[in-house]
Every structure is written in C-alpha cells, then in structure tokens.
Ligand binder design. Structure first.
Ligand code: NAP
Length: 253
C-alpha cells in the first residue's frame, strides 16, 4: 500500500480526522489557514500555531462558526521564540490533550530573491531559522506527545525549489532542501521504533501572500486558491497514510 499511495486521489470521509489533535504552524493565513479549516471540517481538534494572535483568533472564530471542534491558539513567533517558549507549548499540549496525532510544519518566509553573490547574510540566517531550525526545535519538543499517539503524522510543507535548485531563490530554496533532508533523516530514525510517519508535501503554486511576494506581477486569477489544495494534506495527516513514511509528495500534478 505504501508505494502506490497517492494523497491526491484520496476521498476523505466526513469524519476522517474525528478525535485527532493536529497542530498546524502558520495557521493564520494562506495554505496553513486553509489546511487548519479543512482539518477542523473533517473533525480534528486543531492547534493553531502562529505569530499573530489577532489573525489566529479570526481562524478560531471561523472554525467555531462552522461548527468544528473547538480549536486552541498557540502564539509562537518562530523567529524570536526561545527554548522556554517551545517547552511551554509542548507542556500545554501534553497537559490539555495528552498526545498529538498530527504536526504540520507549514509556516515559512521567502526572504529575498537574489543571486548568492549578493545575498544578504542576516536575511539568509532568518530564513534558515524560521524555515528549518524552528521546525526542528518544535518537532523535538513535541516528540513525546507524538509518541503517545497510536497513529501520528508529521508533515512538512516543501516546495519545488527544494527538490531542484533554481537560480536566485537563495536561502528559501536551500531551506526547503534542508526540510526534505530533515524529513528523510527523521523518518529513517523513527521507522522501526515508532508508528510515527514523516513525509513532505509540495503544495505547488497557490494564491497567497508569499506567492505574491515572489511574483508581484503575476495574474492572481491564474493561481489556485489554497482551499483547493487541502485534500492531500488531509490524506497525509490522517489515517489514509498510515505506514507511509519518508516520502515526498506533490499536491498538484
Ligand atoms: P503565507 O500566506 O505567507 O503564509 C506563511 C505563514 O507562515 C503565515 O501564516 C505566517 O504568519 C507564517 N509565519 C511567517 N513567519 C513566521 C514566524 N516568524 N513565526 C510564526 N509564523 C510565521 O504563504 P503560503 O504560501 O501560505 O506559505 C505556506 C507554506 O507553503 C510555506 O512553507 C511555503 O514555503 C509553502 N509554499 C507555498 C507556495 C505558494 O505558491 N504559495 C508554493 C510552494 C510552497 P503571518 O500570517 O503572521 O504572516
């Protein structure tokens, strides 16, 4: 089953994620917001992780208004968070839920598009920190909660530029290669000792702030809305992908 699994063709049952607790980083906007709303629609209790409390509260309200399970907000600025912030979040998850069934690393920043020769060093460090190091730190503190789930899934939002290098995409592209590497290392470490699966998903082009920043002159109407890309996320975060690990996927053909 593992080799033929394609998250794009999975049709989720209405209660597919019922009873699951799933944390989504970058849940305040774009793809993360859309996936958080979809997770709740399929029955999950969602932990909305982000840096902007006001935006997270708006997503919280949307979920409640739609009749989804009451979500939780976890304000965490991945650029500024220190060890105690991560520890507090992990302790709160264990105390409130006793386990974690899904963790979607989705928050990210683009940095600047620039040749390596001129790439600004502080921007490089910021992009690597938010996109890679913070995801590592969050994964590490949440691992005890993931281990308490009978069927946990860790999923990384990747990018096509993290699978084949592209000129001028600088730290962003390198951070996505690192994301893919982290996914593979972590999946290999866990494969035979836990039931936790670890995979990556490239959403493809989507109508979000980040895409706007990368392609300011692009016709927005030519881009799929994030809401149309959530199906593969549900498949990879939910029971459909049980036993699938260490794999890279694309949300669009
Ligand atoms: P987006 O709308 O800009 O969303 C990025 C998310 O990351 C926002 O929720 C943002 O929070 C959050 N974030 C940024 N810095 C943060 C920090 N320091 N601490 C906590 N959260 C932070 O862009 P998006 O397109 O949805 O991006 C989501 C993921 O998809 C990213 O990993 C991106 O690399 C990937 N991706 C996107 C595309 C595309 O075409 N859009 C293509 C391939 C991959 P705020 O709301 O507070 O800004």
């Amino acid at each position: 089953m593992s080799d033929s699994f394609d998250p794009r063709t999975h049709n989720a049952r209405p209660d597919e994620l019922a009873g699951r607790v799933i944390a989504v980083t970058g849940a305040s906007s774009g793809i993360g917001r859309a996936v958080a709303l979809a997770c709740a629609r399929f029955g999950a209790t969602v932990i909305l992780v982000g840096r902007n409390a006001r935006k997270l509260e708006a997503v919280h309200t949307e979920i409640e208004t739609a009749g989804g399970p009451e979500p939780t907000i976890a304000v965490l600025d991945l650029e500024k968070a220190i060890a105690s912030d991560y520890d507090q979040l992990a302790a709160a998850v264990l105390e409130r839920f006793g386990r974690l069934d899904g963790l979607l690393h989705n928050a990210g920043i683009l940095g600047t598009l620039s040749p390596i020769e001129h790439y600004d060093v502080p921007t490089w460090c910021r992009v690597m920190h938010v996109n890679v190091t913070a995801a590592f730190a969050l994964t590490q503190v949440l691992l005890p909660a993931l281990k308490r789930s009978p069927d946990a899934s860790v999923l990384f939002t990747s990018s096509s530029v993290g699978r084949r290098g592209r000129a001028y995409w600088g730290a962003y592209a390198v951070s996505k290669f690192a994301t893919e590497g982290f996914m593979q290392v972590f999946a290999a470490e866990l494969e035979n000792i836990t039931s936790i699966r670890v995979n990556s998903l490239n959403p493809g082009r989507a109508r979000t702030m980040m895409r706007r920043q990368a392609y300011p002159a692009e016709d927005l109407n030519s881009l799929p809305m994030p809401e149309t890309l959530t199906g593969p996320y549900i498949a990879l975060l939910g029971p459909a992908s049980r036993d699938v690990t260490g794999r890279t996927f694309d949300a669009q053909s």
